[in-house]
Ligand binder design. Structure first.
Ligand code: C2E
Ligand code: CA
Ligand code: CA
Length: 392
C-alpha cells in the first residue's frame, strides 16, 4: 500500500433544527456559512465542490496513514462547533462526514463516492461526526441483498400489509381519512415496521413494486370506504423521477372508479434538493390528475423555504419531532407556529403528526392547525381493526 492516498469526503450540514432560526432565504444564508467554514478547513491542494446547498464533496490529497484523516475530521468538527450569529442570535451548526479512499489513482471516483455515501449514512445514523468506509461495511450490503430477496418474496407471497392511522379534523376531531403505513408479517409471525426495510428497499429497485402495490391496495380500499374519506400513501422521492408513477396512479383510480382527490401522496421535502425541476414537474402532473400532494416531515430539511413559493402541493405535514415536544420546548413551539402561518399564507393545509396527548391536540387546534394525526387518536391499525373502530 502507498504511504499516502487521496480520500474522498462527503460533508453534510445537518440542519434539522437550525433552519427554524432563519427567515426567508434560509438556504442561501446557510449555504454561504457552510462554504465559508469549509474554506477554513480544506488545504490549498484539496479540491471541493458543492453538490447542493448542504452537501459538499471534497478530495483530500496526499493523506498519510498515520491518523491524518482523523485529525482532518477533528478540525472539521471544531470549525463547525462555533454557532453562526444571525440577526443577533446564535444558531448552532453541525456537520456529518463520510470518507472513503480513492483507489486506482482517482480514475474512477464513483466507487469512492458510493462508499463515502454509505459512511456518511452510517455516521448520521450513529450520530457521529464522521465515519470512514472500511471493508467491514461490505457486511452491510451482503445482509442488505438478503433482506431485499426476502422482501421480494414477501411482496409475492402477500406478507406485506397496509396499516391505517387516522387523520382527524383538528377542531371537530372527526375522521378525515388515514395514512397507509406498511407492515411486514413474516411467516414466523413477526410484524416488522418500515424503519427496518424502507431505507434498504429505497436503495434497491424493490421500492418500486412495493410502492405500486401500496398505491393499488390503498385505492382499492378507498373504493370500499365512504367517499368523504381519503388515504395518504408514502412515495419515495426517487420514484418521482420516472413517469411510471403517473400511469400506476391513473390506472388504479380508473379501475376502482375512485375520485383522484381522495388519494394523497406524501413525499419528503428532500425531493426539493436533488433534481428539483424534474420533481416539481412530476408533482405538478400528479396534481393535474387531481391527486393531493403532501410534503412529509416538514422542517427536517433546510431547502424548503427557498422553494416553498413554487411548490405544487396541497398540504404540509409538520414533522413529529417538533410536534411531540412543542409544549416543553419553546423553540419547537415557535417552529410549529411558523410552519402553520407560512403554510396558511400559501393557502396550504397543515397536518401535525405525532400528536400524543390531549394537551397537544388542543394547542394545535388553537394555533389553527387543520388536521391531526398521532397515537392520541390511534396507532396505525390493521384494516379490520380500523374499520371496526371507525364503523366503516
Ligand atoms: P412517516 O411517513 O413519517 O410516518 C409516520 C410514522 O410516525 C409512522 O411510523 C407512525 O407509526 C409514527 N407515528 C404516528 N403517530 C405517532 C405518535 O403520536 N408518536 C410517535 N412516536 N410516532 C407516531 P411507521 O409506521 O413506523 O413508519 C415509519 C416510516 O416508514 C414512515 O414515516 C415512512 O417514511 C416510511 N413508510 C411507511 N410506509 C411506507 C410506504 O408504504 N412507502 C414508503 N416509501 N415509506 C413508508
Ligand atoms: Ca408519511
Ligand atoms: Ca412524517
Amino acid at each position: 500500500m502507498n504511504a499516502s492516498r487521496s480520500v474522498l469526503g462527503l460533508v453534510e450540514l445537518s440542519d434539522s433544527r437550525n433552519g427554524g432560526g432563519y427567515n426567508s432565504g434560509a438556504s442561501n444564508v446557510l449555504r454561504d456559512v457552510f462554504q465559508d467554514r469549509l474554506r477554513g478547513w480544506v488545504r490549498a491542494k484539496d479540491q471541493w465542490r458543492l453538490l447542493n446547498n448542504n452537501r459538499v464533496c471534497v478530495i483530500l490529497k496526499d493523506m498519510t496513514r498515520g491518523g491524518e484523516l482523523e485529525l482532518a475530521a477533528a478540525k472539521l468538527g471544531r470549525i463547525f462547533d462555533e454557532p453562526h450569529f444571525h440577526m443577533g442570535r446564535a444558531l448552532p451548526l453541525s456537520v456529518n462526514a463520510g470518507f472513503a479512499e480513492i483507489k486506482d489513482c482517482g480514475r474512477d471516483i464513483s466507487e469512492a463516492m458510493e462508499q463515502a455515501t454509505l459512511a456518511l449514512t452510517q455516521a448520521k445514523k450513529s450520530r457521529r461526526l464522521f465515519d470512514v468506509y472500511s471493508d467491514d461495511c461490505t457486511k452491510g450490503p451482503r445482509d442488505e441483498r438478503e433482506l431485499i430477496s426476502q422482501l421480494e418474496r414477501a411482496l409475492e407471497m402477500g406478507e406485506l400489509q397496509l396499516y391505517y392511522q387516522p387523520k382527524v379534523h383538528a377542531g371537530y376531531q372527526s375522521l378525515l381519512g388515514a395514512e397507509a403505513l406498511m407492515r411486514w408479517h413474516t411467516p414466523e409471525k413477526q410484524v416488522i415496521t418500515p424503519d427496518r426495510f424502507i431505507d434498504v428497499a429505497e436503495r434497491y429497485d424493490v421500492i418500486r413494486p412495493m410502492t405500486w402495490w401500496a398505491i393499488k391496495t390503498a385505492v382499492a380500499r378507498l373504493a370500499r370506504w365512504p367517499t368523504e374519506l381519503s388515504i395518504a400513501v408514502n412515495v419515495s422521492p426517487k420514484l418521482l423521477l420516472e413517469n411510471e408513477i403517473l400511469s400506476v396512479v391513473q390506472d388504479a383510480l380508473d379501475i376502482h372508479g375512485v375520485a383522484p382527490k381522495r388519494l394523497n401522496l406524501e413525499v419528503t421535502e428532500s425531493i426539493m434538493v436533488d433534481n428539483q425541476d424534474t420533481m416539481l414537474g412530476q408533482l405538478a402532473r400528479l396534481r393535474e390528475m387531481g391527486t393531493r400532494i403532501s410534503i412529509d416531515d416538514f422542517g427536517t430539511g433546510f431547502s424548503s423555504l427557498a422553494y416553498f413559493r413554487d411548490l405544487p402541493v396541497d398540504e404540509i405535514k409538520i414533522d413529529k419531532s417538533f410536534v411531540m415536544h412543542m409544549l416543553k420546548s419553546e423553540k419547537d413551539l415557535a417552529i410549529v407556529k411558523a410552519v402553520i402561518n407560512l403554510a396558511h399564507n400559501f393557502s396550504l393545509k397543515v397536518v401535525a403528526e405525532g400528536v400524543e396527548d390531549q394537551h397537544i391536540a388542543s394547542a394545535l387546534s388553537e394555533l389553527g392547525c387543520d388536521v391531526l394525526q398521532g397515537y392520541f387518536f390511534d396507532k396505525p391499525l390493521p384494516v379490520e381493526q380500523f374499520n371496526q373502530n371507525y364503523r366503516l
